[in-house]
Design a protein around this ligand. Structure first.
Ligand code: ZN
Length: 219
C-alpha cells in the first residue's frame, strides 16, 4: 500500500489522529484499540457516517460528525453515539457545596472546578484563585493539575443573572475537553437556572444526562 505522506511532520500528525474505515464484517483491532485507549482521538469511517472517537481517562465519547454516507461503500457501521463518564457520576454533595459557595459570593459571579483522580477514583472540588469578580464579570485561573488528576467539570455562576453560555464562555471553552456548567438566578429561593454542555474536539455537545449522582434528569 502506498504511504499516505512522505512528509514526517504530516505523518506524525496523521499518526496522532488516525482515521480507519470500518470493516464490513467483523471487528477492527485498530478501532477497538482507539476505543480502549486511555486518551487520544481518531476517526472511524462507516457507511453510517464519520465518527469521532475521543478518549480521556474520565470520558469515553463516540460522536457522529457527518450524516450517513450516501455512496456505496464496502464498509460496516461505526455504531451508536455515546458519551460515558468513565469516572462514574460525580457525588451530588460536591455540587451542593459549590452552589452554597456561589450563593455566598452573591452578588458577584464565581467559579469552581470538579477534579477526578484516575488512580484513587476520588473526586475533589477546586475553588480557583479569582483575579476579578463582579455581578457581570469574572476572571479566574484554571487549576494547575497534579499528576493523575483531571479536570472533569468547569462550573461558574452568573450570580443573579440567568444561566447561558456567553461569547466569552465560548472562547474559554473552545480548547479543553470538559463538562461546562453555568448556574444563574442564584438570588432566588427556587432552583437556579442552568446551562450545560460537553466541550470536546472543539465542539459543544449536549449532555445526554446530568453528570451528578441523584439526578435522573438532564443537567
Ligand atoms: Zn458565563
Amino acid at each position: 500500500m502506498a504511504m499516505l505522506t512522505d512528509n514526517p511532520t504530516a505523518a506524525a500528525l496523521l499518526d496522532a489522529v488516525p482515521c480507519y474505515p470500518v470493516p464490513l464484517h467483523g471487528r477492527s483491532p485498530a478501532i477497538d484499540a482507539l476505543r480502549a485507549a486511555r486518551g487520544g482521538h481518531g476517526l472511524a469511517i462507516g457507511k453510517d457516517g464519520v465518527m469521532l472517537i475521543l478518549r480521556r481517562p474520565w470520558l469515553a465519547l463516540d460522536v457522529p460528525l457527518t450524516p450517513r454516507i450516501a455512496a456505496h461503500l464496502p464498509y460496516g457501521n461505526a455504531g451508536a453515539p455515546k458519551a460515558d463518564l468513565r469516572c462514574g457520576l460525580i457525588p451530588r454533595e460536591h455540587l451542593d457545596q459549590i452552589l452554597d459557595h456561589f450563593r455566598a459570593a452573591l452578588p458577584n459571579e464565581d467559579a469552581a472546578f470538579i477534579l477526578w483522580n484516575e488512580v484513587t477514583c476520588e473526586f475533589a472540588v477546586h475553588l480557583p484563585v479569582i483575579d476579578e469578580a463582579s455581578p457581570s464579570r469574572l476572571v479566574y485561573r484554571a487549576p494547575v493539575l497534579d499528576p493523575d488528576w483531571h479536570l472533569v467539570c468547569d462550573i461558574h455562576s452568573h450570580g443573579a443573572g440567568r444561566a447561558f453560555f456567553s461569547a466569552t464562555d465560548d472562547v474559554d471553552d473552545a480548547h479543553t475537553t470538559k463538562i461546562s456548567l453555568v448556574f444563574g438566578n442564584l438570588d432566588r429561593p427556587e432552583a437556579p437556572t442552568t446551562a450545560s454542555r460537553l466541550c470536546a474536539g472543539g465542539m459543544f455537545l449536549p449532555l445526554p444526562r446530568s453528570p451528578f449522582s441523584g439526578d435522573d434528569h438532564a443537567a
